[in-house]
Write a protein that binds this ligand. Structure first.
Ligand code: PBG
Length: 317
């Protein structure tokens, strides 16, 4: 047996889901490739941490409530020194980080779109009135009801395998998952078709992976510097600033997407939808010279605009 305390130089914390593990392995491999001192067998350890979101599988996340359902226990392990960095789907990371924690790294972003998955239909447009779509995401539920008021949505959680089984059993006629997750799991064929972001605006930071560390950990910060994707970080910053301004409770469906245009400018789109789909508010910002500062300013501004237009009733309903 190897004496791990001698050989381990860096400890990565992650959730144990297949997607989370794939993301942690991606980070481990990139670090090993960038730094010879981390390339030796066993130099990077991966610690699996179970979060509240992993334990509660029978309810919609919005019903459990609270922020950081997929991050709290990992944050505690990081700040307690049990791990040195944590790999997260940025979609699950609250906009305000715990004291003493920083987010220095965003990996190159994957496909931002949602995937439509059905054994019977090719798209929402083909589905007859009354067809049932399973999703645990309030944003997806609200967006579907907003565009297709004749469809039905039911709460539906589970990993890819569980969802496919439920589709086969006919419990629902279709479900949705992030394309990014399917791609990272090596299962893009599970998607019947990606849904254009014009038809369904993605969740804030969908498809982005972020890495958190302790703010005083200069060694890990140094190792990570090679992994950050500045363009992805700027997009995620704009979207998260909008989310933070909206102060979204889990019950307010919010969607946002920042993307580079061919001319180098950035377009940020933000939407809020009533959970029953009855009303949707959209706004947009064009950022001439996108950087972390201009992205944050534009996101905050867009979020504040929607907050004002929606009023307290919209934001908490
Ligand atoms: N809350 C679960 C979650 N967090 C991140 C992803 C997908 C991967 C990503 O957006 O990076 C998923 C599953 C899904 O929405 O299908």
């Amino acid at each position: 047996m190897t004496n791990t305390s001698d050989t381990v130089k860096l400890r990565i914390g992650t959730r144990g889901s297949p997607l989370a593990m794939a993301q942690a392995h991606e980070v481990r491999d990139k670090l090993a490739k960038a730094h010879p001192e981390l390339a030796a067998e066993g130099a990077i350890a991966i610690t699996v941490i179970t979060t509240t979101g992993d334990k509660i599988l029978d309810r919609a996340l919005s019903e459990i409530g609270g922020k950081g359902l997929f991050t709290k226990e990992i944050d505690d392990a990081l700040m307690g020194g049990e791990i040195d960095l944590a790999v997260h789907s940025m979609k699950d990371v609250p906009t305000v980080l715990p004291d003493g924690m920083i987010l220095p790294t965003i990996l190159p972003r994957e496909d931002v779109r949602d995937a439509f998955i059905s054994l019977k239909y090719k798209s929402f447009a083909e589905m007859p009135a009354g067809s049932v779509i399973g999703s645990a995401s309030l944003r997806r539920q609200a967006m579907i009801l907003n565009k297709y008021p004749d469809l039905k949505v039911v709460t539906f959680r589970g990993n890819v395998q569980t969802r496919l089984r439920k589709l086969e059993e006919g419990q629902v006629d279709a479900t949705l998952l992030a394309m990014a997750g399917l791609n990272r799991l090596g299962r893009p064929e599970v998607a019947t078709a990606p849904i254009s972001e014009d038809d369904m605006l993605p969740a804030v930071a969908q498809g982005a992976i972020g890495i958190t560390i302790r703010e005083n950990d200069t060694q890990t910060l140094d190792w990570l510097s090679a992994l950050n994707c500045p363009a992805s970080a700027i997009c995620v910053t704009a979207e998260r600033a909008a989310l933070r301004a909206l102060d979204g409770s889990c019950r307010t469906p919010i969607a946002a997407l920042a993307e580079y245009l061919p001319d180098g400018k950035m377009r940020l789109r933000v939407s809020i939808v009533r959970p029953d789909g009855s009303e949707r508010l959209d706004t947009e910002r064009l950022i001439d010279k996108p950087d972390l500062t201009s992205a944050a300013t534009a996101g905050t501004d867009a979020g504040n605009e929607l907050k004002k237009r929606g009023g307290p009733d919209f934001i908490t309903s």
